[in-house]
Design a protein around this ligand. Structure first.
Ligand SMILES: Nc1ncnc2c1ncn2[C@@H]1O[C@H](COP(=O)(O)OP(=O)(O)OP(=O)(O)O)[C@@H](O)[C@H]1O
Ligand SMILES: [Mg+2]
Length: 642
């Protein structure tokens, strides 16, 4: 109940913050009350408005439009922002259409959706206040009402530039309803909203054969012709086209190169000249930014036709490639899983499951260097900004650019995030059928293997390569990660044992040096010092038979010194000895693991140790019971092969 109330409260405060005051009044009042406060802001064109929106979203600390939504696309996002910045500054690029070019499910649509949502939200803020002539089918700026002869004076007075012509619909209204008195034309605050077809539009070509220009620019509305009696009357025009809806904001053109050539011409002219021509009307001034996207196959086909050269020249092309940073890639999967149905969202994933899958995806995107696995592995590390053989950062950045998949050739092919997420979903469903809601990395890799093998669209050679990439992701990445986890869990769980071992080592060494017996603490039986134990420890750090005496003397000397100074002699006091004891312990544990893998019925003590390790994996390394068990079993088989 309380949670519901809290949600309701936050919803109300959201509406309070986000619902700006509407405003409505005649143009004269707009000029008197509204305009003087922020004339330049109110005279912004669509590109300037979008650029300001991007800056606004960035300024609101951590509120970046794309943060938390798009990962590993920094370059593409920077280029998109640069386009709007240049266009806003009045550069020539504002007269070109922005074309996002990238592989399937690489985030193009998401990028545009975020832009649109950003615009909708910005228009609700004070800084983002927009005004339009009320009732105008293209929600045009009220400044269009200013006669040309007065615009110079306007600029001198307000320091802002009035651009653009009144649309045919409003000029007819101005005459018919207000007798030409533009000061009486109604003006209102404009809130951009795709759902209201207001300043945000989308156009997707369906079947190109039936696609009609009317979808873009409208058509004569025959029922209204009967009413107004004239086909040329703007009131008889149906202003339902996508370009009108998007006016003042942004028009998204999906798969633009699939559209008919005449569509493309119209849109390019629109961006360049800021107007469209429809039958019987003078040019209609429209101010909007067009963001189009297309996939690579379509683009290549388009480029091949020489007649398209002039069209290409009028576009700014931004590549939206797949990311090569496996951590960013894994964040995409996490986001997609989190937004899925609860059955998927709630599944537990072991800490490496997504990273292992992401490494595979990145490997498939790198330029192929068959037979050079080391190079591929290095490239994956470099792109994830990881240390590669002690290289320093700037050097690494340079190498990354030269490495396969560096600046020269962005990743425009390979496994898509969607492919991986589909495989993940299958794996989760499968896990549920097996009665658990948890996935280990190996299960994920197996699901990917299955997905590759059963996908009829993938050609045989590519299948083979992808399976090799999968194997490499496992061998060079996952195996290393999971072994490290298990090792760490083993060590920390037995830290106390390491201390005890040190104690034992010292006791035995002292007895050995003094040439006396060691007495058993419980039975008080006397026995000879355990030379085999001492050597087993010492051999871990290559203390030779000839050198053992001086090594032992040195250890005892240090222990005595510490004792005299009232300090503790522990593992931290003697690095070589610590190393030796850790190795000794680790090998002991490893033998325990080996034992379990070979033994059908591990004894009580072995089982106890193993479950302590499992518990550590759960408590500290992000596993759950199922995946910890899987990981441990997996590492055991790895050790058996070593
Ligand atoms: N870099 C990324 N960061 C975050 N999410 C991403 C990224 N790339 C893809 N996605 C997610 O993958 C899904 C598909 O992406 P989207 O539809 O935006 O791709 P697209 O490039 O438009 O693909 P298509 O060419 O198939 O239309 C979306 O849910 C999107 O959020
Ligand atoms: Mg898309």
């Amino acid at each position: 109940m309380r949670a519901h109330q809290q949600f309701l409260d936050s919803l109300q405060s959201y509406t309070r913050q986000h619902r700006a005051e509407p405003w409505r009044g005649p143009f004269a009042q707009f000029l008197g009350q509204i305009l003087p406060a922020a004339p330049t802001l109110l005279a912004r064109n669509a590109h300037q408005y979008i650029w300001d929106m991007l800056r606004w979203s960035r300024a609101g600390a951590g509120q970046d439009l794309f943060a938390g939504e798009l990962f590993g696309l920094d370059d593409a996002l920077a280029r998109v922002c640069a386009y709007f910045q240049a266009a806003a500054a009045g550069s020539e690029v504002g007269r070109r259409l922005l074309l996002l070019l990238g592989p399937p499910s690489g985030g193009k649509s998401t990028l545009v959706i975020l832009l649109k949502r950003g615009l909708e939200e910005y228009s609700q803020t004070d800084d983002g206040a927009l005004y339009a002539i009320a009732g105008c089918p293209v929600h045009e700026s009220p400044l269009h009402l200013l006669p040309h002869s007065m615009r110079g004076h306007f600029r001198d007075t307000y320091g802002a530039v009035a651009e653009g012509e009144l649309c045919p619909h409003c000029s007819a209204r101005l005459e018919q309803q207000h007798g030409g008195d533009f000061l009486q034309m109604p003006v209102e605050r404009l809130f951009l909203a795709e759902a209201q077809r207001c300043g945000v539009g989308t156009y997707a070509p369906h079947d190109p054969a039936t696609a009609d220009m009317a979808d873009l620019v409208g058509s004569v509305d025959l029922s209204k012709v009967a009413e107004v009696g004239d086909e040329g009357d703007p009131r008889a025009w149906s202003w339902s086209g996508a370009v009108y809806a998007a006016s003042r904001g942004v028009l998204e053109m999906i798969e633009i190169l699939k559209a008919k050539r005449e569509f493309l011409h119209l849109l390019l002219t629109l961006t360049q000249e800021k107007n469209v021509k429809v039958a019987r009307f003078p040019l209609i001034h429209l101010d909007l930014a067009i963001v189009a996207h297309t996939n690579l196959a379509e683009f290549r086909r388009f480029v091949l036709e020489s007649e398209n050269e002039a069209l290409l020249d009028r576009m700014v092309i931004v590549q939206v490639p797949y990311t090569l940073d496996y951590r960013a890639e894994a964040r995409i999967y996490a986001k997609l899983i989190k937004s899925a149905a609860p059955a998927f969202r709630d599944a537990h994933l072991d800490p490496h499951a997504l990273h292992a899958a992401a490494v595979f995806a990145v490997l498939s995107r790198l330029p192929d260097s068959e037979g050079k696995d080391d190079e591929l592995v290095r490239a994956v590390r470099l792109h994830a900004d990881e240390d590669v053989g002690g290289m320093l950062r700037p050097e690494a950045a340079r190498t990354r650019e030269g490495a396969p998949g560096g600046e020269q050739d962005a990743a425009l092919a390979g496994v898509s995030p969607r492919f991986v997420v589909n495989a993940l979903s299958h794996a989760i469903i499968h896990a549920r059928q097996c009665g658990h809601a948890s996935l280990g990395a190996m299960e994920v890799l197996l699901a990917l293997k299955d997905a590759i093998e059963s996908d009829a669209r993938i050609e045989a050679r590519k299948k083979r390569r992808w399976l090799e990439h999968l194997a490499l992701a496992r061998k060079a990445f996952y195996n290393v990660w999971v072994k490290e986890d298990v090792h760490r869990a083993l060590f920390v769980a037995f830290e106390r044992e390491a201390d005890e071992l040190l104690e034992k080592y010292l006791d035995e060494v002292e007895a050995m040096l003094d040439n006396r017996q060691v007495s058993d603490p419980i039975t008080s039986d006397e026995r000879r010092p355990d030379e085999r134990f001492l050597r087993a420890v010492e051999e871990k750090i290559h203390v030779s038979e000839a050198g053992k005496q001086s090594f032992r003397q040195e250890v005892v000397r240090k222990a005595m010194g510490a004792y005299k100074r009232g300090e503790q002699f522990n593992l931290a006091s003697h690095a070589p000895l610590r190393e030796a004891i850790q190795q000794y312990l680790f090998e002991q544990r490893r033998d325990v693991l080996r034992l379990v893998s070979s033994e059908r019925r591990p004894d009580e003590a072995v089982r106890g140790r193993l479950s302590a390790v499992e518990q550590r994996l759960v408590d500290e390394y992000g596993y759950d019971a199922h995946s910890a068990r899987e990981a441990l079993a997996y590492v055991t088989t790895l050790l058996a092969q070593e």
